[in-house]
Ligand binder design. Structure first.
Ligand SMILES: N[C@@H](CCC(=O)N[C@@H](CS)C(=O)NCC(=O)O)C(=O)O
Length: 218
């Protein structure tokens, strides 16, 4: 069954993961970029769509899905042959993949945001928050380096959407000033991610939405 899909996203946000997944499965979808700097995610029009005021927000035939982990799992079940995740042969393996999604969502994501947008986590001085964020990101990037020693992707020889989510978290921290170049063990993996056609198309789609938004202001 073909669904009508509409994704609300934001520039450089974790919606890069959702966009990559939508591109990877070959979905036809509408998209709308929200300008977070102007507070569009808190505007009544968007809160009427998602009262959490967060992206990704994916409307599936008008029904709301939130959180990358949930959206990625739904897309994987709709497009099982697309290969968003490696096929699992046991419930334990499947639960491990789900654990990776939770780890990204509750670990990497807030750590990267502490580096890039430390004002989210404090009403006071942002410097110690950024410093702590940098320590936490350093710890998980080291774990990533260890995992990638001797294998090309998180799950071994094949790309999965987990690689895009990890890439997004690393690059988001870098946008906030984190020195990713100090981690030589992830350099080739990063380049492979950035050459992946689904991510390349996703970034082009994000860029097109950004240009549309800018032309609204002009
Ligand atoms: N764990 C969620 C996080 C969703 C999330 O926090 N998104 C950010 C953008 S990367 C957002 O909407 N921030 C707006 C806000 O928190 O006010 C996911 O990966 O989907």
């Amino acid at each position: 069954m073909t669904h009508h899909l509409k994704l609300f996203h934001a520039y450089t946000a974790c919606t890069r993961v959702t966009l990559t997944a939508l591109e990877h499965v070959g979905a036809v979808y509408d998209d709308e970029l929200l300008d977070m700097a102007r507070g569009e995610h808190r505007a009544p029009e968007f809160l009427a769509v998602n009262s959490q005021g967060k992206v990704p927000s994916l409307l599936v035939d008008g029904a709301l899905l939130t959180e990358n982990g949930a959206i990625l799992r739904w897309l994987d079940s709709e497009y099982p042959k697309a290969g968003l995740f490696p096929r699992t042969v046991s419930d334990i393996e499947y639960a491990r993949q789900t654990g990776d999604l939770f780890w990204l969502s509750s670990g990497w994501h807030p750590y990267a945001r502490a580096v890039k947008v430390p004002s989210l986590w404090t009403t006071g001085d942002i410097a110690p928050v950024r410093e702590r964020g940098t320590q936490l990101v350093t710890g998980v990037v080291r774990q990533l380096e260890q995992r990638l020693a001797g294998q090309d992707w998180w799950y071994g020889s094949d790309w999965s959407i987990i690689d895009t989510y990890l890439w997004w978290a690393c690059v988001n921290a870098e946008i906030g000033g984190f020195d990713l170049s100090a981690f030589g063990g992830i350099a080739d993996w990063r380049a492979r991610n950035e050459a992946h056609p689904s991510l390349v198309r996703a970034l082009a789609r994000e860029q097109a939405a950004l240009q549309r938004k800018r032309s609204e202001y002009a």
